[in-house]
Design a protein around this ligand. Structure first.
Ligand SMILES: [Zn+2]
Length: 384
């Protein structure tokens, strides 16, 4: 017979300070397995509330859980635009959705967890990826023949920022170079999209593509954020996708991590045949790709619509909207990473958004595989 856990969960069972944390969050008990959490925002920032992330360190087994979450939103920022995920081992994640639609702007929103089967539970934003996860991924990939790890530098708090290079031989020798990076912390689905690209690139199937193409990935430009639940911003509360300088990287004028990463991208552009730059983000709905295509790419490989169609051809599960061109539109944000490289280097730049409705690691990875396979076809089929 099932043993009921009558003591229920206690405030002391919760921690907001793990690999996936939420700085300043306050919790109080209001009933049996029923708690209220008030989220905080970065101390000096006008920015977004810290995301809901925590660990139940003990005593979860046999308990259900109701969490009513709020944020004192004087600046009208929401905390509940995206789903959360929970896990017993930080590897297998289950999505959990808010009870109310965030568009109705409820003052409080609720998560209802069914009875837990284990004592320790992790909860994170979207399908989360902590700094430590990134370190583990990088360590594992560094063993692969086709991978080189470049250390770009360290964040303001001393965490590593890596670039993962996938190529068939000497970096810089390939016919085309593609660069993918995530600017906004908390937009974790974009990281899993990149993980799907990486997994495919290292497969046998990608052998031909690797011969002529090298791919660079920065899984996060903001490694100080996940343990605090910071969203979109770094330690200095800079919106990380308002940090690009078309005039060139500048340690005085840019926040530290943005300066490191743009300087690094400039080195790539200087030493290799940079062809596409992808700014990897998350907003609601399916994956959405807004492209500014270079004349160089279209004259050698054909219209951008061929790339659009190549991605559609691989999109068996309809995870992506058809890619579209925004080349003729004036830049809405000149300091965004989806625009900056196009203006600075004249290369194709893509703002790769969406996927907020894709609620598993596996599907997010599949969306990345879909895109990279389409990219591979475009460059392979149309090569001279
Ligand atoms: Zn973003």
């Amino acid at each position: 017979m099932k043993q009921e856990n009558r003591s229920g969960l206690q405030v002391k069972d919760f921690s907001f300070a793990g690999e996936l944390g939420s700085e300043g969050a306050r919790i109080r008990q209001v009933g049996y397995n029923h708690f209220k959490i008030e989220l905080a925002s970065p101390m000096h920032g006008e920015g977004c509330p810290n995301r809901l992330q925590f660990t139940i360190r003990q005593n979860a087994k046999g308990n259900q859980l109701r969490l009513d979450v709020s944020y004192n939103h004087t600046n009208f920022m929401r905390f509940d635009e995206y789903f959360c995920s929970w896990s017993y081992d930080k590897k297998t994640w289950q999505p959990i959705e808010w009870e109310k639609d965030f568009k109705e702007r409820p003052e409080e929103n609720t998560l209802l967890f069914a009875e837990f089967a284990e004592d320790t539970v992790y909860v994170g934003h979207q399908v989360p990826m902590s700094y430590e996860d990134v370190e583990r991924v990088v360590a594992a990939l560094s063993q692969n023949t086709y991978v080189e790890i470049i250390d770009i530098g360290q964040s303001l708090e001393g965490r590593n920022i890596h670039r993962i290079v996938i190529s068939d031989g000497k970096a810089g020798a390939a016919e085309h170079t593609h660069y993918f990076a995530q600017q906004h912390p908390g937009e974790h689905n974009a990281q899993w999209r990149m993980m799907g690209m990486i997994e495919w690139l290292l497969s046998e199937e990608a052998g031909c593509f690797r011969k002529n193409n090298e791919c660079h990935f920065v899984l996060t430009m903001s490694p100080d954020a996940p343990s605090r639940g910071w969203y979109r911003a770094n330690t200095q509360f800079h919106d990380m996708n308002r940090t690009y300088l078309v005039s060139g990287s500048d340690s005085e004028r840019q926040t530290h991590e943005a300066w490191l990463c743009q300087r690094d991208l400039e080195q790539i552009a200087g030493h290799s045949k940079l062809m596409t730059v992808w700014a990897m983000h998350t907003w609601g709905g399916k994956v959405e790709m807004l492209m500014r295509e270079s004349n160089d790419m279209e004259s050698k490989y054909g219209s951008w619509t061929l790339l659009r169609d190549a991605i559609i051809a691989h999109d068996q599960e309809s995870l992506c909207k058809p890619l579209y061109s925004v080349k003729e539109r004036p830049a809405e944000i000149e300091t965004s990473w989806g625009y900056g490289p196009f203006a600075q280097f004249g290369v194709t730049s893509v703002l790769c958004e969406g996927s907020g409705s894709i609620m598993t690691k596996e599907k997010n990875m599949l969306s990345g595989k879909t895109i990279i396979q389409g990219l591979a076809d475009y460059f392979a089929k149309n090569a001279s």
